[in-house]
Design a protein around this ligand. Structure first.
Ligand code: NDP
Length: 328
């Protein structure tokens, strides 16, 4: 029998999960739930049955894993513990500082219901976290580096959109090549975030307002831009649609370390991602982890988990025999 997947929230990730389920032969999409009018969302999906979120609990026996695709800022802190009362759930909660708190809330709900709640799945947190952990365990004496980009930062794009006179904006985070090479060469540089990344912003402005003023406001925005070298380009609405509609992202997790006694040896571990579509890739990771959530719960396990707690063989449709024969 297929693993029956439900999607809660149909934005970029929701659409990505719909695509990813199609690539996994042991899964089927049972339902999409939304807070909006289901008819409005139905026209955006390919074939999914769309229901209002209020219908979800009634369908708890028809869904093996509910994938929560809401936003990290306000949706997931509420939705993940709420729905862990009824379903095995997976989310991509990415507010790093609040993960311990979110874990505790989901753990309490999932232990009570006997379900699995798998949180903060994606690439960062997610695949990047796993690679940081592996590298730290292998090279206890060393230094960690994470570089992001080149990619669109939704948070920074939104911050620019809130400036008076800005119609639309897209912000790219770009790793600094010189810093990246120094790390890869094992030079162990001490780098501030501003030395690791630059920011490039494309802005569509209303007719009239002072562009210099907008540019200054962007470049001096505290926490977002003030510590970075930032370039601002003013473009037309047509250019924005034609050249900046995608959501690419990626980055590098690197750890450099030393081993040896009489003679010291240097090592560099690097994991990199170059993603044409951040949400489609994130959704592909989530769907693999949904398989793990399903399997763990079938074994009788419950409570909250993160990517650190999941053995790799639980992620794949391949049998342990196939894995040993072809992938070890
Ligand atoms: P979206 O803004 O596209 O969607 C979030 C929610 O907003 C949806 O679930 C949907 O809920 C609602 N929504 C979507 N489109 C509309 C619309 N047109 N009008 C009104 N409501 C809408 O966010 P993303 O899918 O891009 O990302 C979700 C979260 O994933 C992010 O907050 C981020 O934290 C996380 N993420 C994590 C990553 C990781 O590596 N861990 C990587 C990438 C993202 P509903 O259908 O109920 O209205």
């Amino acid at each position: 029998m297929s693993i029956r997947i439900g999607i809660l929230g149909y934005g970029n990730l929701g659409r990505g999960v719909e695509c990813a389920v199609k690539q996994n032969p042991d899964m089927e999409l049972a339902a999409v739930f939304t807070r909006r009018d289901p008819a409005d969302v139905h026209i955006m999906t390919e074939t999914a049955k769309v229901y209002h979120v209020d219908e979800a609990v009634k369908m708890k026996d028809d869904i093996d894993v509910l994938i929560l695709c809401g936003g990290s800022a306000t949706d997931l802190p509420k939705q993940t513990p709420e729905f862990a009362q009824y379903f095995n759930v997976v989310d991509s909660f990415d507010t790093h500082a609040k993960i311990p708190e979110h874990f505790a809330d989901v753990d309490a709900a999932a232990k009570k219901s006997g379900k699995i709640g798998l949180i903060s799945v994606g690439w960062d947190p997610g695949m990047f976290s796993l690679n940081r952990l592996y590298a730290n365990a292998i090279l206890p004496e060393g230094t960690d580096y994470t570089f992001w980009g080149k990619g669109v930062s939704q948070g920074h794009s939104d911050a620019v959109r809130r400036i008076d006179g800005v119609v639309d904006a897209r912000q790219y985070t770009i790793p600094v090549e010189k810093a990246l090479s120094a790390v890869r060469n094992g030079e162990n540089p001490a780098l501030t975030t501003g030395e690791k990344h630059t920011r490039e912003v494309f802005v569509v402005a209303e007719d009239g307002p002072d562009k210099e003023k907008i540019e200054k406001e962007i470049k001096t925005m505290p926490n977002y831009f003030d510590e970075y070298e930032t370039t601002v380009h003013f473009i037309s609405e047509e250019q924005m649609k034609a050249e900046h509609a995608g959501l690419p992202h990626g980055g590098f997790v690197i750890r450099t370390g030393k081993t040896g006694w009489e003679q010291e040896h240097s090592h560099v571990i690097e994991y990199s991602l170059k993603l044409d579509s951040n949400p489609e890739f994130t959704s592909s990771v989530i769907v693999a982890y949904a398989r793990a959530a399903y399997r763990l719960n079938r074994e009788g396990q419950s409570g909250c988990r993160t990517v650190f707690d999941i053995a790799p063989a639980y992620l794949t449709v391949k049998s342990p025999e196939e894995l040993r024969k072809h992938m070890l």
